[in-house]
Design a protein around this ligand. Structure first.
Ligand code: URP
Ligand code: ZN
Ligand code: ZN
Length: 490
């Protein structure tokens, strides 16, 4: 006798679409097929689409920004909001600030997530202070604890690393088979443009998009790729917004480099014009890199459908539109003083389902790949997460593909207090959400207690294995290269 059978649904994975039953016991998928037998609970799903629960592998939760602002969501409200939108695993950042030991960073985030999250969670690490101690034994200790991916920044005064430091992180990540994620924007270009714009009296939110010029993004993307190429170290360029940065990534991939890309809803559904709304309203749309234009949206869509982008994440960065968040520097702050980021945990899957699958732009299998499976593989939690297979966790979404929803602040479950997508109509919404076989969302209500999510230990990822085909002077064939990059490269 199984705990649960989901009967007759169309089960979609990154590879297949099959009408079959799913049997679940002890939180795991234990059988797939027809006539599976008896179960304590039977769920009739004939005619319904069933996908793996989403994995949001880029979100900022209960995180202090570089300027000291706390996000509006804690692990409870963020995980609740994610679950309503069909996401069953979150991978937010455990963020180091200068001077902090990684042990303290891990303990701090882990305590808060354990107490509050209603769905499963893992972490990436933000490295802001790559001291010898951090880069040595502390990073190894984090890998033992299950953090195998590190985000670094090329911008933000208190987070940015210079090229030398980036090389040090890439080199160490290569040794540890860990994946480096990089925020690629040229800090000096942004700073210079900001100074000039402010000197001319241009302080409104729309100038945020001008100061974060496309060239600031594409130059940094090119440079980050070059540094990764020098050391033959895999690299993920996160939250890509522009056609030019997309082209840099595509070119690197075509040359056989292990360069991966990530994009987010804001780059498919918003433009820089949104930052030019009345008064300070544009502040709600300030994120970095900023949304661009319709032509860039088209390129980002293409990149998501042709595999240039491996993962589609929310970059959920919730700051309320008040003095606790976006307007912390006053009622009328200049654009450079507005907290960066937009909320998006809950709308990520439904918006892509509607505008991607619903319009025929992408297949259901592609949808599953970019919202769940690829992230699971990239961060070393596959096949526990990210697919519907015997032995996998029963993280499952049953969709109401016909449901029409008009997005509004009131119907979402985060604490940002606004949504950039207010008024957008989507077709299709998660109807039933299971996490490890537990019913998390049913009848449009949360069914589980705070703290009932579980920690997911990330393993080393195949995505982080060097290609062995360095094309710089450090080629495996050169003695010098073999010495630096290790004999395993020969
Ligand atoms: O504007 C953004 N993206 N804020 C979140 C922090 C980051 O860099 O991802
Ligand atoms: Zn970033
Ligand atoms: Zn981010």
């Amino acid at each position: 006798m199984y705990d649960m059978i989901i009967k007759g649904g169309t089960v979609v994975t990154a590879a297949d679409t099959v009408v079959q039953d799913i049997a679940i016991s002890n939180g795991k998928i234990v059988a797939l097929g027809a006539d599976l037998g008896e179960a304590t609970q039977l769920i009739e799903a004939s005619g319904k689409i069933i996908t793996p629960g989403g994995i949001d592998s880029h979100c900022h939760i209960e995180q202090k920004s570089s300027s000291g602002l706390m996000t509006a969501d804690d692990f409870y409200s963020a995980s609740r909001s994610a679950a309503f939108g069909g996401t069953t695993t979150i991978i937010p950042f455990a963020a180091q600030h200068k001077g902090q030991s990684l042990y303290d960073v891990f303990d701090d985030y882990h305590r808060r997530a354990t107490e509050k999250s209603v769905i499963d969670y893992a972490y990436h690490l933000i490295i802001a202070d790559p001291t010898e101690a951090v880069m040595g034994e502390q990073l190894e200790a984090m890998i033992e604890r299950g953090i195998t991916s590190f985000k670094i920044y090329m911008t933000y005064e208190s987070l940015k690393l210079d090229d030398y430091q980036i090389l040090e992180v890439l080199f160490r990540a290569r040794e540890l088979q860990s994946l480096v994620m990089i925020h690629a924007e040229n800090n000096d270009v942004i700073r210079w443009l900001t100074d000039k714009l402010l000197a001319l009296g241009h302080s409104q939110p729309k100038y945020h998009a001008i100061s974060h010029a496309r060239i600031a993004e594409s130059e940094a993307t090119h440079r980050a790729i070059s540094l990764a190429e020098l050391l033959d170290t895999p690299l993920l360029i996160v939250h890509v917004s522009s056609a030019e940065a997309t082209a840099e990534i595509r070119r690197a991939q075509e040359r056989g480099l292990k360069i991966y890309g990530e994009t987010c809803p804001q780059y498919l559904f918003l433009t820089a014009e949104d930052l030019d709304r009345d008064g300070m309203d544009g502040a709600m749309f300030c994120c970095s890199p900023p949304p661009r234009d319709q032509a860039a949206q088209d390129v980002i869509w293409r990149g998501l459908c042709n595999g240039t982008f491996e993962v589609f994440s929310s970059d959920h960065s919730p700051y309320r539109f008040d003095s606790s968040g976006k307007l912390a520097a006053g009622d009328n702050p200049s654009f450079d003083k507005i907290a960066n980021g937009v909320p998006g945990l809950e709308i990520r899957l439904p918006m892509l389902y509607s505008a991607g699958v619903g319009t025929g732009r992408m297949s259901l299998n592609q949808f599953v790949a970019v919202t769940a499976t690829n992230a699971a593989k990239m961060y070393g939690i596959y096949p526990q997460k990210g697919t519907i297979a015997v032995g996998s966790d029963a993280d499952i979404v049953i969709w109401d593909s016909q449901r029409k929803v008009t997005l509004s602040t009131e119907m979402l479950h985060d604490e940002a207090g606004y949504t950039p997508y207010s008024g957008t109509q989507v077709t299709g919404w998660p109807e039933l959400v299971l996490s490890r076989g537990r019913t998390v969302i049913a009848n449009n209500e949360l069914q589980v207690e705070r703290g009932s999510g579980a920690y997911v230990h990330c393993g080393l990822s195949a995505y982080a294995i060097p290609s062995g085909k360095a094309v710089s002077e450090l080629t495996p064939a050169s003695n010098f290269g073999a010495k630096i990059l290790g004999a395993n490269n020969e």
